[in-house]
Ligand binder design. Structure first.
Ligand code: ZN
Length: 214
């Protein structure tokens, strides 16, 4: 029981923290955590974040079967498809943060304009093709741009980040919001400079988690 309380409590704390930081308003966004390959804890559908209690976090299995009678977020397919496609993902954070949403409406991939883009696993952060929220089509579009990445934009919608745990996914959602704001202002200038392939590849090589590092 302790573990259940801990996971739900951590999700609630992070979700409220994102509300305080302005990443979401109302009941926007959703957060999930995978526990021991068996259960996924996910924020519920349609409850204002400020009213949410940790007993209202939904618990489901990998096929979406609800284990505690609490209806999961409408984006449950988005979360489940990411867990099914990658063993390294144990947490998913989706939000409608201002600057990432702004870039998503411009349908812009974020190039290596800043070296910290490498935190997302490659030389860019892509913008997934548009599909209606909550659909399997949206989940498929996100999978296509997240094969070897830890974050992406969702066209005319917002952003999604993943991590090996909640802490990483939450951190990356804040990092992507920061980079989105910086890139938006760079787009206003004709003189912004994008890093060369060899420059960003060197950063990727130096970053923790680089696969061929021994
Ligand atoms: Zn959304």
């Amino acid at each position: 029981m302790n573990k259940i309380k801990n996971t739900s409590g951590k999700i609630l704390e992070t979700y409220k923290n994102h509300l305080d930081k302005g990443l979401n308003i109302g009941a926007e966004g959703n957060i999930s955590v995978r526990v021991n390959d068996e259960e996924i804890y996910i924020t519920p559908s349609g409850i204002n974040i400020s009213d949410l209690d940790q007993a209202q976090i939904s618990i489901i299995d990998i096929d979406g079967y609800v284990k505690n009678k609490i209806q999961p977020s409408s984006e449950v397919d988005l979360h489940l498809s990411l867990y099914k496609s990658r063993k390294d993902i144990n947490s998913v954070v989706h939000c409608h943060s201002q600057w990432a949403s702004t870039l998503s409406c411009l349908r812009k991939d974020i190039p290596p304009f800043h070296y910290m883009i490498a935190e997302f696993g490659g030389k860019d952060v892509k913008c997934a093709k548009y599909a209606t929220f909550g659909t399997k089509e949206l989940a498929q579009n996100v999978l296509k741009v997240m094969r070897d990445r830890k974050g992406c934009l969702l066209s005319n919608h917002g952003q999604i980040c993943v991590g090996n745990g909640l802490e990483e996914a939450s951190h990356l959602s804040l990092a992507l919001e920061k980079l989105s704001k910086q890139y938006f202002f760079c787009l206003l200038s004709k003189s912004n400079v994008i890093l060369k392939d060899e420059e960003i590849n060197e950063v990727i090589r130096l970053f923790p988690g680089y696969k061929s590092k021994r």
